[in-house]
Design a protein around this ligand. Structure first.
Ligand code: FFO
Ligand code: ATP
Length: 193
């Protein structure tokens, strides 16, 4: 990894953590409006994330999802892969190795990434082409690598504060999975075709 990429990550993560509470709540509401405008089948399986480290929260979106949707959270799995567990407010969670809460789910309740319809992907930074800078573990890249040679679903939509858009372009690596869109509190950016 280049020093520039590490610096970019550090700076963005600091800025994210410094967003004042009122602005954070306002941004989460704005983001929810953008996410709710995405096309979604009535019984869709959707994945979000449990906001950590200053990430833009998804609770407003989750609570306004159509009732027949199944909302899921990522669960760390062997080999650097993610699985997804259906989760509703009030159901038990436990911290994973990064301290991020994840559902306490029976192995047979876990969903494969390919069975989802819409995945809201956490990001540290993004650019105008919808390229993503993540936390650096490659979890989403590995788990959704099948999207390199297969169209949506799942639709992969990054979520972040508008200020997380970097100037210029992020250098993309061969393994980077392309997002279909990025939503912020200000709007939705679709990947240029
Ligand atoms: N809310 C949320 N959940 C998520 C992700 C995410 O970015 N956000 N992930 C996205 O992939 C996966 C977890 N990946 C992560 C990768 C690194 C770190 C992290 O905090 N790394 C530390 C140092 C590493 C360590 O403690 O061993 C750091 O960079 O400070 C956190 C999550 C799945 N769940
Ligand atoms: N499909 C893949 N197969 C194997 N290794 C992969 C794959 N995708 C990514 N990786 C590994 O993951 C590492 C981290 O990738 P990258 O810096 O792009 O992570 P990221 O997208 O920022 O992280 P995250 O998805 O966890 O937020 C890379 O060094 C690469 O070796």
């Amino acid at each position: 990894m280049t020093v520039a990429r590490a610096d970019q990550r550090r700076v963005m993560r600091e800025r994210r953590r410094e967003v004042p509470p009122a602005a954070r709540i306002g941004a989460a509401d704005g983001l929810a409006a953008q996410l709710l405008a995405l096309p979604l089948a009535p019984g869709a399986k959707v994945a979000g994330y449990w906001a950590a480290d200053g990430e833009i929260p998804l609770h407003t979106w989750q609570l306004r999802l159509p009732p027949r949707c199944t909302y899921c959270l990522p669960v760390l799995h062997e080999g650097g892969y993610l699985r997804f567990a259906p989760w509703r407010p009030g159901e038990p969670v436990a911290p994973n190795r990064f301290g991020i809460p994840e559902p306490v789910a029976a192995p047979d309740a876990l969903l494969d990434p390919s069975s989802l319809d819409l995945v809201v992907v956490p990001l540290v930074g993004f650019d105008a082409r919808c390229h993503r800078l993540g936390m650096g573990g490659g979890w989403y890249d590995r788990s959704f690598a099948f999207r390199h040679h297969r169209p949506a679903p799942p639709l992969l939509v990054g979520a972040g504060f508008a200020f997380q858009q970097v100037e210029g372009e992020l250098r993309s690596e061969d393994w980077d999975v392309q997002l279909d869109a990025v939503c912020t509190e200000r709007g939705t950016l679709f990947r240029p075709t």
